[in-house]
Design a protein around this ligand. Structure first.
Ligand code: ATP
Ligand code: MG
Ligand code: MG
Ligand code: MG
Length: 492
């Protein structure tokens, strides 16, 4: 039905613009503006947050929006939404992806939103109806919320058979922006890649590659108050998001996002650069040792690196910058140790990313040289540490009993002295069938944080301005090292 990946994106934008009167609003850069709680833009709705919160200035352009459509660059690799660990292990979570979305700000609501989504999927994209499953909010007794029967009835009236319309609880089908603020029930559309349908309904929301969530439609009708109660909003809004990569997989009749032409040029470039039999696709469970896993991780990470650097986020020492450094070091490690590629290889893949995404996002074309230089500089800075760390890991593995956990002290020293991301150490030893002693590592991280806090306190008494921050391992993994005013941007 669709000959090229990009047609998924323009068809979406055209449909809402031309057939349903939506205004096209461009993607904002992946670095969030004026939202200190957020590492990266992680959903299309981020730039519209003030409208939902009711804080947009009445005369601002934002406040004039009624029907909007866009395609937003998203990164989910840190903070509340972190899909980094899934990347490469499955074929539908990326660190960078594009979210297609349409919005109603106080304009249409449930009936029109569902109707338009159904029309687009089944008539424009011509996706077979029997492959689609719908979930709706099944209610929540503790909040006094009844099931969203209105939503269910809308889908039934659109001709979806009852066996394809399934209720799910709060966790899956009630969307909340944060602890407080706008929220509401959502309805999601899932695609059954296998067909035939008998077992598909049981696989919805089970993290199965056979039935994959493609589109989320959120109905903003409440505000969560500080005391936990829900207050009905005076205005009703619609906020939707569909992953372009997952949509294109459906449109191109593939089973994996990596088999679509959003990824194949990048996988081909990897193959050209490192030889061997090339990418073999994912068969069954992902084997973390396999060259195929490396292909997926590197292809994913080089997209994220290119997009972030083009938007001015460089690998660094705190916040989003640190997350990007982690991604870069993971990519470098897979290139060098699994693909056995020479230095400079990772950067050499950037033109393939530009070829795929450069028309939609011209900032990639404009900054290609800069992206490649930043990747090469950062790779060079990590490669010698990588060699040293690998020797330390191998020596430790040789000396330890195979049934034991990998010692936390060694991991902590690799992290502290050689700049190894902790998750990367975990992966490198998991490949040898060994697990890291995470509990002991957590202990070490907390002791270290307390020690640092004590010295900082002493320094503060002497008039120093260093902030006092106690970080647990979980926090470290999520947000990276605590930011201090003197954190150097380019220290490895
Ligand atoms: P999942 O349950 O698969 O993790 P989600 O419920 O976290 O997805 P939403 O927050 O509802 O995702 O985002 C809307 C849409 O964005 C999803 O339906 C999906 O198509 C897409 N999407 C979400 N996360 C990713 C990702 N990491 N990579 C690619 N697409 C994604
Ligand atoms: Mg998710
Ligand atoms: Mg989901
Ligand atoms: Mg969802």
């Amino acid at each position: 039905t669709c000959s090229e990946a990009a047609s998924g994106r323009p068809a979406f934008l055209r449909f809402f613009q031309e057939q349903h009167g939506h205004r096209l609003v461009p993607s904002v850069p992946v670095r969030p503006r004026g939202d200190p709680g957020l590492l990266f833009v992680n959903a299309g709705m981020n730039q519209f947050k003030p409208i939902f919160l009711g804080t947009a200035h009445p005369r601002s352009e934002l406040a004039q929006y009624q029907r909007v459509v866009n395609s937003q660059k998203c990164v989910r690799a840190g903070g509340k939404h972190n899909d980094l660990d899934d990347v490469g292990r499955d074929v539908y979570h990326h660190t960078f992806f594009e979210m297609l979305g349409n919005w109603s700000f106080g304009d249409y609501f449930k009936e029109e939103a569902c109707g338009m989504a159904w029309e687009l999927l089944t008539q424009i994209y011509e996706i077979p109806k029997d492959h689609l499953y719908i979930t709706y909010f099944g209610g929540d007794a503790s909040l006094g919320l009844s099931p969203d029967e209105e939503c269910r009835d809308i889908w039934l009236s659109l001709g979806v058979p009852p066996s394809h319309v399934l209720p799910f609880p709060l966790r899956e089908n009630f969307w909340e922006m944060g602890e407080t603020g706008p929220c509401g029930p959502c309805t999601e559309i899932h695609y059954d890649h296998v067909g035939g349908g008998r077992h598909a309904a049981a696989l919805v929301n089970q993290d199965s590659p056979d039935v994959v969530e493609i589109w989320n439609l959120v109905f903003m009708q409440y505000s969560r108050e500080a005391d936990g109660s829900l207050r009905p909003l005076p205005q009703h809004h619609v906020d939707t998001g569909m992953g372009l990569e997952r949509l294109v997989t459906v449109l191109q009749s593939k089973r994996s996002n990596y088999d679509t032409d959003l990824f194949t040029p990048i996988l081909d470039a990897i193959h050209k650069g490192c030889g061997g039999p090339g990418y073999q696709g994912l068969v069954g469970e992902a084997d973390v040792r396999s060259v195929n896993m490396a292909y997926r991780v590197v292809a994913d990470h080089v997209r994220t690196l290119s997009m972030c650097i083009a938007d001015g986020v460089y690998p660094g020492m705190s916040g989003a910058e640190l997350v990007l450094r982690r991604i870069l070091r993971r990519a470098v490690r897979f290139c060098s140790e699994v693909l056995h590629a020479p230095p400079g290889f990772l950067a050499s893949l950037v033109p393939a990313v530009v070829e795929v995404l450069g028309d939609a996002y011209p900032e990639l074309r404009k900054n290609t040289d800069q992206i490649m230089n930043v990747i090469n500089d950062n790779e060079a800075a990590f490669l010698s540490s990588l060699l040293r760390g690998r020797r330390i890991i191998d020596r430790t593995l040789q000396q330890m009993a195979p049934s034991k956990l990998f010692p936390a002290e060694v991991a902590w020293s690799l992290y502290g002295n050689l700049g190894f991301p902790l998750d990367l150490i975990g992966l490198m030893i998991e490949e040898k069938g060994i697990q890291l002693d995470w509990a002991a590592l957590d202990q070490l991280a907390q002791e270290d944080a307390k020690r640092k806090a004590r010295t900082q306190q002493a320094e503060q008494l002497e008039g120093s301005s260093v902030r006092l921050d106690v970080h647990s391992l979980a926090q470290l993994q999520r947000d990276g090292v605590p930011a201090t005013d003197d954190s150097p941007k380019y220290t490895y």
